[in-house]
Design a protein around this ligand. Structure first.
Ligand code: BG6
Length: 495
């Protein structure tokens, strides 16, 4: 049953930016449509640009019209309803008087909770948090929460620092750190598949699993984000967060209950059990590369170095692979291969659990039974599905074994697209459920692990960084990275 959410305000810092338009406005609209928003909701924009309340309202409407993922056209009545209390406060993030005005306005509202949503570039976070604290808005006599977008710091030191700034103003239970992958329905389904079914868990360990592959492939390049990406690369952009979260959800033990802390305790245990990588081990267990011009979907696209705001000598990696081990009783010795890249042939996020081969093959004919053992494939996007592959006897002589599969398909099962991650995350923030947000120790554990790779790569300086043509599945070295272990990447074209 949907919980009643008492009157609320959401203050969007950086309201004139892309995130507010592309993600927050459509998510709020869809929640309004499903009657999940508070009856009385104030949407307050706080940003530098000289906008009026009316113009901000129009931009919210334009945002949801342009970016709603629903096939049903937006309903004017719902739009008018959820945007009936819109306010825009023009201020720089440094200007203390802007926060005073905001405080006055919020104090005048008869609402029960306020969410501060930081949708600004990350280098503004500390200033905003500091000023929220300085003006005392964090102590309004209302329930106050803060939602903070990734990237949460740019390395271990800055993440620890940002965390301490946050904790100087807010308590951990007020903080909602977004990793939008956790808001995806199919990502949550990893937990349902594992812990709402009895048949998988007994097999979900080193006795039966040969290895795990986690793939986050994108066909898009870096677009207009060259300046950010130069400093980030795949490692900070998606490995430190989305990939490690997917690994944690796949590898974690069953939590004692489905509450925020129980769930996050288990994820932290996995992250802390990742086998540390010394410099020499980073060389062996990671791989990185950068795309050059190539053809995707029939069109030629520029190479990374030809993108805007990218240095001609850049060594930022646009693809990385890692072989990681979770050193605990469940997973000892089972490699987790992680792979992510931009400008790959297609967008796909999947987790493949490859089971071990039969102990002794009775059907030793070099066909399916011998070469393609059972795989449980969780396709998280875009064709949301779960398939289990196995061999069946083909008609005719017994030496003909054909690969077959059992399949769950989200679309055909439910007849709708999964809701957008932000819809879920905003609703949870309003309802005070932090299960799908990352906790301080989790983020720090993710950074602590990632930092070892960043440091080792820095020492090496990215000399002889391999390149791959856009539209291909990476350079030869990527293939060698896994075939030396007698394994093979599970890429969509091969499945
Ligand atoms: C973001 C990264 O966190 O995730 C982007 O900054 C990436 O570079 C995006 O494109 C991928 O998200 P999704 O939901 O499209 O898989």
């Amino acid at each position: 049953m949907a919980k009643e959410i008492a009157g609320a305000a959401i203050v969007i810092f950086g309201a004139t930016g892309d995130l507010a338009k592309r993600k927050l406005s459509p998510a709020l609209y869809h929640l309004a449509q499903k009657h999940r928003l508070p009856e009385e909701l104030y949407i307050i924009g706080f940003a530098r640009r000289d906008w009026t309340d009316e113009y901000f309202r129009d931009q919210l409407e334009a945002g949801l019209r342009d970016h709603s993922t629903s096939k049903i056209p937006p309903d004017q009545e719902v739009i008018e309803n959820f945007t009936k209390n819109v306010k825009y406060l023009q201020s720089t993030f440094e200007d203390v008087s802007g926060y005073e005005k905001l405080k006055q306005f919020l104090t005048s509202l008869e609402i029960r909770q306020v969410i501060f949503y930081l949708a600004t570039p990350p280098d503004e976070y500390e200033t905003i948090i500091h000023n929220l604290g300085g003006s005392g808005i964090n102590q309004l006599e209302k329930e106050v929460k803060i939602v903070i977008e990734k990237p949460f710091g740019t390395d271990l030191t800055t993440a620890v620092r940002l965390d301490s700034v946050l904790h100087s103003v807010f308590q951990e239970k007020q903080i909602y750190r977004i990793d939008h992958y956790l808001g995806k329905d199919t990502v949550q389904n990893i937990l349902v598949l594992r812990f709402a079914n009895g048949i998988f868990e007994p097999l979900w360990n080193r006795n039966y699993v040969d290895h795990v592959q986690i793939l986050v492939a994108e066909d898009i390049g870096i677009g207009s984000r060259g300046a950010y990406y130069e400093k980030a690369g795949v490692i900070r952009d998606v490995f430190q967060n989305h990939l490690l979260q997917l690994l944690a959800l796949t590898a974690m033990e069953a939590p004692s209950s489905f509450n925020a802390d129980a769930l996050r305790d288990e994820k932290v245990k996995v992250l802390s059990a990742l086998r540390p990588l010394q410099e020499e081990q980073v060389k062996v267990n990671t791989f990185r590369a950068q795309y050059v011009s190539g053809v995707i979907n029939g069109s030629r696209v520029p190479g990374y170095k030809d993108e805007g705001s990218v240095e001609p000598s850049s060594v930022a990696e646009t693809l990385m692979a890692a072989r990681l081990f979770v050193d605990n009783w469940r997973w000892a010795g089972v490699p987790f291969y992680l792979l992510s890249g931009k400008r790959l042939p297609k967008r796909i996020t999947q987790i493949a659990i490859q089971f071990k081969q039969v102990p002794l093959s009775l059907f030793n004919w070099g066909n399916m039974a011998g070469t393609a053992p059972n795989v449980l494939l969780l396709n998280l996007q875009p064709d949301e599905s779960i398939t289990l592959t196995f061999g069946v006897k083909a008609p005719g002589p017994i030496d003909q074994i054909a690969p077959s599969m059992m399949k769950f398909d989200y679309q055909s099962e439910f007849g709708i697209e999964p809701p957008d991650a932000y819809e879920r995350l905003l609703l949870d923030a309003f309802q005070g459920d932090a299960a799908l947000f990352t906790r301080t120790d989790e983020v720090i554990a993710q950074w602590a692990f990632t930092q070892q790779i960043i440091d080792a790569w820095k020492t090496n300086g990215g000399k002889n960084l391999p390149v791959y043509e856009a539209g291909t599945w990476g350079p030869q070295g990527l293939e060698d990275f896994i075939t030396r272990d007698n394994r093979k990447w599970k890429l969509p074209d091969d499945l």
